[in-house]
Design a protein around this ligand. Sequence first.
Ligand code: SF4
Length: 582
Amino acid sequence: MAVKVAPSAGFCMGVKRAVDLVLDLTRFKTEEKIYTYGPLIHNPQTVELLKRRGIVSINDYEELEKLPPGSLLVIRAHGISPEERQGLKKRGLKIVDATCPRVGRVQAIIKKHAHQGYLVVIVGNKTHPEIAGLMGHAGGKGIVISNIGELSKIPPGQRLCVVSQTTQNHAEYEKITEEIKKRYPEAVIFDTICDSTHERQREVAQLAQEMDATIIVGGKNSANTRHLATIAAGAGKPTYHVETADEIPWDNIKQAENIGISAGASTPNWIIERVIDEIMERKTLQKGLKGGLFRLWVWAVKTELYAACGAGILSLVASSLQGIKPSLNHFLLSTFFVFSMHTLNRLIDHRDSTIIGSFREGLYQEYKHFLLILSLLSMAAALFLSSTGGLLPLTLTTLLLASGLLYSIPLFPKGRKFRRLKDIPGSKNLATPLAWGLVAALIPALNENAITPATFVAFFFVSGLSFLRFVISDLQDLQSDKFIGKETLPVLLGPRVTLKIVNLVAFVLVVLPVVAFQMAWTSGLALFLILPVFYLWICSYLYDRKRYYAGLTKEGLLETAYYLAGLGQGIWIWWIHIKGKF
Ligand code: SF4
C-alpha cells in the first residue's frame, strides 16, 4: 500500500499571499472585523475558520451597503474590475488589495489590447469572479467563451486577443486556441494559465496514471479543484473529489493498493493532512506483526506516550553524559512529567485542535475523562518520584508542573491580546525545551548532588534537541497556526529566519559534544549524540525542499529523534563494554 501526495497540493502562491496578508492584518490592525470582497478562498471549512478570527466575507451588494465607511475591505486574489474598485472607494472603504500578481498580469494584457482596439476573448468560466474582474479591464471590448462550441459567438471582422482564466484546464485551452488559430490566423494568443496551475495539472495527470485511485481534496465550489478531478478522471482510474476526510469513499477505495492525493489551490494543508492521516491509518499495514506494530506506534504517538517515553530516554542519556548511573527513577520522572504536561495542556486548550481537526482530536474527545485522570496520576507520580531525591528536585518539579498548568489557562479577562502565558509570541518553543532540559538533565544532577560542566552539556543537548523537534514541527504547521492565531516562533519570525535558527542550533549541538569530549567534560557518548541532531537536520532540510508529511507521521518521525539518542547511547555502551574502547 502506498500513498503518494502531489508536491504542489495545497495553497498556490496567490492564495497564500492573500491569506497571509489578511491574517497579518488580524495580528497588527486594531479593527474588530476585517471584510473580504467575496470569500477569500473557495473552501467552506476555511471560510468558517476565518469568520472565527473576525474575517467576514461580503457576498452581495446588500451586505456591502451595510458596511460603515472606513471599514477595512480586502480584495481577494481573483481581483476586481476598475469600476468595482471605483465604487468601493466612493463608499469610503479602506481597501487592501490582495489581487494575485499573476491575475494582475492578465488584467494588464487585457487592458492594453482592448485599448489598442482588439476584441479580447477570455476563455474561462463565465460565473467565476476572476472572469468578472478580467472583463471589467476589457472596457466593453471583451467576450467570454467556455468551450469550443462558443467560438461561433465571436463577431466577424475583429482583431482578436485571446487570454484565459488563470486556472483554466490546459488541454481545453490548447484545443480552443488551436481552433482560433485556424479561423483567425491574425489572433494574438497569450498563455495566461498560471505556472502553478500548469504544474498542478501536470502532476495530477501523472499521479492518476501511476496510482490505482486518486483523491482530489478541496471545495466543491473551487473551479481549479474541479479541473483537477476532471484531469485525474481522464486517466480512466477511479477519482474522488472530497472536501474533507469525512467524505473519503472507503468502500470504493477498498481494493486500491496505491492511492494518489492532490488538492486545489485553495485547500489548506491541515485538511490535506487529515485525508493523508486517515488513509495511512486505515489502509497501511493492517495485517500481521508489522500491522500490529504500526498500529501500536500510531496509538503511542496519538496518546503522547511516544513523546513521553522519548523524554524518559533523554533523561537516561543526560544521566550518562554526566557520568551518573542511569536509573528507572529518572526515566519515569521525565516520562510522567512530559505525559502529564502535554496531555493536560491539550485537554485544557482543546479548542485549537477542534477548529482545525488534529489527528488526536477523536481520541481526546472519546477518552477525555480517562486521559484527564491518567495525566493527573502522572503528575502525582512525577511529584512523588522527584521527592525521593530531596527538597530541591521536588521544589523544581513542583514549580515546573505549576507553570506548565498555568501555561494554557486564561489569566487575564477577555479582550486582552495576551490572556494566557501561551499567547506570548514564541513562548511554547522556548518554555517547553527549557522544561525538558531541567527535568531530564538537571534533576538527575540535583539528585546526585553533582552539578558539573557535563550538566550544562546534558541540559543543552536535551533542550536543544527538543527545541529542534518542536520548531521543525511548527514550521510545517505554520499555515494552520496562523489560521488559529498560535504565535509560534515560525509565525513570529517567518520560515526563513526560523530555518536559520534551526540550522544554527543544530550546528551548536554538533560542535558542543566534540568540544565537551575534547575538554574531558563528558564521555565519548557525546559523539554518538550527533546522530539524532543530524536526523532532525535532515527533517528540516526535507521541509525546506517541500516534502510533505501528514500530522501523525510528521509528529511520530520527529519524536523518533529521542529514540535515536537512546540508540546512540546503546551503541556507545556496546562499544565500551564489548570492544573495550573509548
Ligand atoms: S492559481 Fe495562479 S493566478 Fe490564481 S491565485 Fe493562484 S498563483 Fe495566482
